[in-house]
Design a binder for this molecule. Structure first.
Ligand code: GLA
Length: 417
């Protein structure tokens, strides 16, 4: 019995991610979706993967109010490296990152931002740069800590399942061993089909702060829909594994790029918030339109995304008319509701009530429309209301109780059953 306890304690020590980070979903900027592996700094100096790009984005995060709203990570993705040096240490491309990564970390820290970096648990990164094979895990963790990096995305290209099974936990332990709090984003599940039995989510929750479990997002509505479909199809599982310190990552926000309409951009933001997803923008902050900025800087949206309970929401209704309803439970007995239209014709008038949406309590509610800021008062469980949802768009409500009709009886808690 004693031995079992000691062994369990040891296992917990080896596998648990005791970094205390990301109690709410991380927010920030990540290079990949918008800037890919553009290393052509000669012809495209403002858009190539270089220290200048990350310094620019850091400046914009501060100057345009992003940081103060919570968007505080500046994250490098693939294509920052050159070959390892003679001691095996990773090296940033000297032409594109002439001052090295420590300089960039100092630059972002001076602006109260955090720096994220990218590596790959395999022979090579997805774009062919040096990988972090098992023998390099500790060295690379130490290098990142020496550079005062704050987050690592560990990709999984060019790896075998058995190496991933050793390497991802080993990197978690190696990051912990550096003594520097480094948030850890694991692409591991995405390389093993995203589902049990191949993917062990109990282990992931203990060793990673977030994980990619599905395909890369591309700059299109179709790509957003395919991710939403996978997340809803597997929502029982995904909802149960998300929480403070450990999040499902449906990939970056496309808002500000080329593939989404205004309605679709609002829909991605709302759905990602329902999913308690990390909010990593991947767009050119230097040329953002006021409309897109309004979506990404919506304070109530961010408050909902960052709700301290950290419960991932789920789809609760689908209709034959291609209307879906998603709900996320929030602290203080509030909820976020997203009414989502997959229609392609015209604004749709959807009539429902809270009891039809399985609210099991009997309070009077108020709802604030997250995008229009309109307040709808005096809603009881059986009050019929109508929302008008644009094609491939959303209406999003923040709903909170005003009066408990059952006083003095104990309040009934909302439940999923
Ligand atoms: C994979 C990842 C992407 C990105 C690229 C970089 O495809 O899933 O998010 O990091 O590699 O090459």
């Amino acid at each position: 019995m004693k031995l079992t306890v000691v062994l369990l304690a040891l296992v917990a020590q080896v596998f648990s991610l005791e970094n205390g980070l990301m109690r709410t979903p991380p927010m920030g900027w990540l290079a990949w979706e918008r800037y890919r592996c553009n290393i052509n700094c000669k012809e495209d100096p403002y858009n190539c993967i270089s220290e200048q790009l990350f310094m620019d984005m850091a400046d914009w995060l501060v100057e345009d109010g992003w940081r103060d709203l919570g968007y505080d990570y500046v994250n490098i993705d693939d294509c920052w490296m050159t070959e390892r040096d003679k001691n095996g240490v990773l090296v940033a491309d000297p032409e594109r990152f002439p001052h090295g990564i420590k300089y960039l970390a100092d630059y972002v820290h001076a602006r109260s931002l955090k720096l994220g970096i990218y590596a790959d648990m395999g022979k090579k990164t997805c774009m062919g740069y040096p990988g972090t094979t098992l023998d390099k895990v500790e060295l690379d963790a130490e290098t990142f800590a020496n550079w005062t990096v704050d987050m690592l995305k560990l990709d999984g290209c060019y790896s075998f399942a058995k190496d991933r099974a050793k390497g991802y936990p080993a990197m978690s332990a190696a990051l912990n061993a550096t003594g520097r709090p480094i948030a850890y984003s694991c692409s591991w599940p995405a390389y093993d089909g995203g589902l049990p039995p191949e993917v062990n989510y109990t282990l992931l929750m203990n060793i990673c702060n977030l994980w990619r479990n599905y395909d890369d997002i591309q700059d299109s509505w179709q790509s957003v829909l395919s991710i939403v479909d996978w997340y809803t199809k597997n929502q029982d599982l995904l909802q149960s594994v998300a929480g403070p310190g450990h999040w499902n990552d449906p990939d970056m926000l496309l808002i500000g790029n080329y593939g989404l309409s205004f309605e679709q951009a609002k829909a991605q933001m709302a759905l990602w918030t329902i999913f308690a997803a990390p909010l990593f923008m991947s767009t050119d902050l230097r040329v953002m339109t006021p409309q897109n900025k309004d979506i990404l800087q919506n304070k109530l949206m961010i408050k909902i995304n960052q709700d301290p309970l950290g419960i991932q929401g789920r789809r609760v209704v689908t209709t034959e008319d291609d209307i879906e309803v998603f709900i996320r439970p929030l602290s203080k007995e509030a909820r976020a509701i997203v009414f989502f239209s997959r229609r392609t014709d015209m604004p749709y008038r959807y009539t429902t009530s809270f009891s039809a949406l399985n609210f099991t309590d009997t309070m009077v509610y108020e709802a604030e429309d997250v995008y229009t800021e309109n307040i709808i008062s005096g809603l009881k469980a059986d009050t019929q209301f109508t929302v008008v949802i644009n094609p491939s768009g959303v209406v999003m409500w923040y709903v909170y109780p005003i009066v408990n009709l059952q006083v003095p009886q104990a309040k009934k808690k909302f439940s999923w059953s």
